[in-house]
Design a protein around this ligand. Structure first.
Ligand code: PBG
Length: 322
């Protein structure tokens, strides 16, 4: 075996998996204001950016040839109906319009995350109903209606792709119908089909200010123990009309990515989530791991597991190296 490992050209010739900037998607967290570039303490190198700053940052990153951006919003105010999510003048809608005006961003896809959790006062991904016994329930169908409305509004504002991450049942079907009704037939749906209730989303909730004020997300996100259920989720979303699927988290769930790749012939992305980024960053800061090599190895492993593209907070750094 060692004959083919003797030099870099030889190793390059027989390499089975490749990383390229076009397969990387960079998340952006858009906040109100002007000239705002606020560091997120648990995610070194990631910022809340006002629209003007986000456009600058995106232009900078797009030059490196990455595939696109995934947009999240921090609204001015939150309420029970998540008004900021579907408002035609919501923060992400405004950001999309600004980014679409920027010619230097023509090469990158703008993907809008579709969820309510950043916009609800309680931080849940749907509409909350108080039950008679005093506990709380996340309503499915009323949430789906708002999620579909949100998706159509984001597509109208310029999103090239809409990506629902809420995990309500039936949302892909409702989103597809809402898009078609709004004459947005060409907008694809990238469904976070297999999204596990994960502790690795912790730092994101600081970044997006979306920590649930009570309870947790286990009544709608999947149990991390379930592989077969993940495949059923994907199958349902594809039946409902999803064009692509997104798996999440990535590193702790590589087996699920591989299984999905083998089973479904659709484009498949994986999201290397905030906690995966933060734990590597923490090790880099202490000098415990080699930054460049560990970063690229983590991304390569996700590609090797079968992901066509990767949403990652390392997108800019990795694209520079590649
Ligand atoms: C919104 C959403 C979350 C993430 C992506 N979309 C948070 C959550 O479900 O709590 C997490 C991404 C990350 O951790 O980087 N529902």
């Amino acid at each position: 075996m060692r004959r083919l490992r003797r030099s870099e050209p030889m190793r390059a010739l027989v390499r089975e998996t490749h990383l390229h900037p076009g397969a990387l998607i960079a998340p952006l967290f858009i906040c109100p204001g002007e000239g705002v570039r606020r560091a997120i303490s648990s995610m070194p190198g990631v910022f809340n950016l006002s629209i003007d700053e986000a456009v600058k940052e995106a232009v900078d990153i797009a030059k490196l040839g990455i595939g696109g951006f995934l947009l999240f919003g921090l609204p001015e105010k939150k309420d029970e109906q998540a008004t900021g999510a579907w408002d035609e003048n919501g923060i992400v809608q405004q950001a999309l319009r600004a980014m679409k005006r920027e010619r230097a961003l023509d090469s990158a896809l703008l993907i809008a995350d579709v969820c309510l959790c950043e916009y609800t006062s309680h931080g849940h991904c749907g509409i909350v109903r108080q039950t008679e016994s005093g506990s709380h329930e996340i309503e499915n169908d009323s949430s789906v209606a708002l999620i579909a409305k949100t998706a159509a509004s984001l597509a109208r504002a310029g999103a090239d792709i809409v990506a629902p991450s809420d995990m309500m049942d039936g949302r892909v079907l409702a989103i597809r119908a809402a898009l078609d009704d709004a004459q947005l037939r060409d907008t694809p749906v990238l469904s976070y089909a297999s999204k596990f209730a994960s502790s690795f989303y912790g730092p994101f909730r600081e970044a997006a200010d979306s920590t649930p004020q009570f309870g947790d997300r286990r009544s709608y996100q999947m149990d991390g123990a379930n592989r077969r259920e993940a495949l059923r989720e994907i199958e349902l979303d594809l039946t409902e009309g999803a064009d692509m699927i997104l798996m999440k988290p990535a590193l702790p769930y590589l087996d699920i990515i591989r299984e999905a790749r083998d089973r479904f012939d659709v484009p498949l992305g994986a999201y290397q989530v905030s906690g995966e980024y933060s734990m590597l960053q923490a090790a880099f800061e202490r000098g415990w791991l080699d930054r460049d090599r560990a970063m690229l190895e983590s991304l390569l492993s996700i590609r090797r597991a079968g992901a066509d593209f990767i949403v990652t907070y390392f997108a800019k750094q990795a694209a520079k190296l590649l």
